[in-house]
Write a protein that binds this ligand. Structure first.
Ligand code: SF4
Ligand code: FES
Length: 559
């Protein structure tokens, strides 16, 4: 492999890489603003300039290129010697920082970006400690540019990342550069809002606080947020995300780079789809049909009474015929496995079905390869995979010819043909999911419902058990491309809810008298991998990188 030297370190590189890309790959810091790996390279911010010497191709002697060169736009070459630490390069960094801050309001105290701002960081690393600018600053306006995004023009450093994103990635071109020189600014075209399915990504791309997320505006200082790596729990894309939360409350979701899945982006649907987690309508206490509400002061009694009733209902149902289990595509693979196993332990011939999978249009793949999934549930494939494997292990009392696992439509017919009078039904969708035929079919049966939000089944259920959303538990989802990805719990379950896997373990304890067990996703995957058809859970689940807590160098002052 060819070599070059950056800031005194000898590095290998691949042909075609820019100097900046080699530096980033090797964790050598070269300041940069306009460069982003998912966008074209305009080399307009000029802070990445370096002094470069390269071998003369006749004599082999190193020759200094007389002017500073942009490392983002200069292709690495064998024998190059690059430095961003020379007096000339450092003088350029200081000059660029001074220029960028001339009209900047320096309003960090009220800026959402403070704490994760490229201007703050580079100002500290590469800028001056004081401003020499004495004239009046140009004040550019604040603008509401779209349903999710605000533009604070006077904080903009004109890196044009946002403009290039709408031009090159979404190809919607809502943003543009207006004016020239010192009065240049970013704007939307007249009458056109920044309103596309990926609009929130411009906020992540903006290295300063010029483009802000309305939803996160003034909600939290970013240094209070903890980041848990996770997977999209709203659609079948399997997008890699980071859930940012503090004291049990989710504040925002950001994309996590995975070039094989979502590259650097997520859709607005995934970015804002978590709101049902903290919905004021969220059901958080178990309930029994026709009984007075349980006392919130004693949730253990509520769980005890409802779980007893659930076991009675399911066992009575199995004595009178086949029981049924409708597993939501919102469940994790582990939840589906534990619930499916519990149901089959009561009735090995139980009717198994995957709940409705909401869809909207067709999958759309953008030119750069990012796919917007039409399927609005994260794990239909994983739930089906698990149930099919469990059905394959059940004794031969299963009727021949019947699908081993039904889809939502087949499930209703199977309920009737199997004479099922009792069912276990799970929801956990972010919005209304129960259609009229399902509601009618269940209204004449006894059923146990595991769900998060009220719907037309809630008051009909013999027993209602409130469950945790995907941010409140750990597990695995299988995306539309059959990629299995695990995720970790970001926040504790709200109020008295439990994850479906824990409810399944509690059911098993009551059914078999086995010792009480605490749900553990990794241990469940290990158990799953021993089942024929689920061996892939042993070694083919991709795990997110471990979140490392960053030690703060600030002393905490007790007030
Ligand atoms: S608004 Fe942000 S991303 Fe867009 S040009 Fe300005 S600084 Fe760059
Ligand atoms: S990052 Fe190289 S010029 Fe902007």
């Amino acid at each position: 492999m060819p070599n070059l030297t950056i800031n005194g370190v000898l590095l290998e590189f691949q042909k075609g890489q820019s100097i900046l890309e080699v530096a980033i790959d090797n964790a050598i810091e070269i300041p940069h603003y306009c460069y982003h790996p998912g966008l074209s390279v305009p080399a307009n911010c000029r802070i990445c300039l370096a002094e470069i010497s390269q071998p003369n191709h006749k004599t082999g002697q190193l020759e200094l290129i007389p002017k500073l060169m942009p490392t983002c736009h200069t292709v690495a070459a064998e024998g190059m010697v690059v430095s961003t630490l020379t007096p000339k390069a450092e003088a350029n960094q200081k000059a660029v920082m001074e220029y960028l801050l001339i009209n900047h309001p320096v309003d960090c105290a009220v800026c959402d970006q403070a704490g994760e701002c490229g201007l703050q960081d580079y100002s500290y690393e590469y800028g001056r400690s004081h401003s020499r600018f004495e004239e009046d600053k140009i004040k550019n306006p604040k603008k509401d540019v779209g349903p999710h995004v605000l533009l604070y023009s006077d904080r903009c450093i004109m890196c044009t990342r946002c403009v290039r994103f709408t031009k090159e990635v979404t190809k919607t071109s809502e943003l543009m550069v207006e004016g020239r020189g010192g009065t240049e600014m970013i704007d939307v075209f007249p009458g056109i809002a920044l309103d596309n399915e990926l609009s929130g990504n411009v906020v992540d791309l903006c290295p300063v606080g010029a483009l802000l997320d309305k939803d996160f505006l003034f909600q939290q200082r970013v240094w209070f947020l903890k980041k848990t790596p996770s997977i999209d729990g709203i659609t079948a894309s399997g997008d890699n995300i980071s859930i940012e939360h503090n004291e049990g409350v989710v504040y925002r979701i950001k994309p996590r780079t995975n070039l094989e899945v979502n590259q650097w982006w997520i859709t607005d649907e995934v970015r804002y789809g978590w709101k049902f987690v903290h919905s004021e309508n969220r059901l958080t206490l178990p309930a029994l049909r026709g009984a007075v509400s349980f006392d919130r002061a004693d949730p253990a009694a509520a769980w005890d009474a409802t779980m007893s009733r659930a076991v009675d209902v399911l066992q009575a149902g199995s004595r009178n015929g086949r029981i049924a289990f409708l597993a939501s595509p919102m469940l994790s693979c582990e939840d589906a496995f534990l619930l499916g196993r519990a149901i089959l332990s009561i009735d090995p011939s139980a009717v198994l079905g995957v709940g409705p999978v909401p869809k909207s249009g067709e999958d759309r793949t953008l030119d750069g390869g990012f796919t917007i999934s039409c399927e609005k549930a994260p794990n239909a494939r994983g739930v089906r995979r698990v149930l099919e494997a469990l059905a394959g292990t059940a004794p031969a009392r299963r009727p021949t010819g019947a699908p081993s696992v039904c889809d939502a439509n087949e499930f209703l017919a199977a309920l009737t043909s199997a004479g099922s009078s009792v069912a276990l039904v799970t929801g956990n969708y972010p919005s209304e999911w129960v259609d009229e035929p399902l509601a009618r079919a269940l209204a004449v049966r006894r059923f146990v419902l595991l769900d998060t939000l009220p719907n037309r089944l809630t008051s009909l259920a013999e027993t209602f058990l409130p469950v945790a959303t995907w941010v409140e538990k750990s597990g695995t989802f299988e995306n539309a491309k059959n990629r299995l990805q695990s995720f970790e719990r970001a926040i504790s379950p709200v109020d008295f809810v439990k994850c479906e896997g824990q409810i399944a373990l509690d059911l098993a304890t009551r059914l078999t008298g086995s010792p009480a067990a605490i749900y553990d996703a990794a241990r469940t995957r290990l158990e799953m991998s021993a089942v024929r058809g689920l061996e892939i859970f042993a070694d083919q689940v991709r795990h997110p990188p471990l979140a490392h807590a960053r030690a703060s160098d600030m002393v905490t002052v007790e007030i």
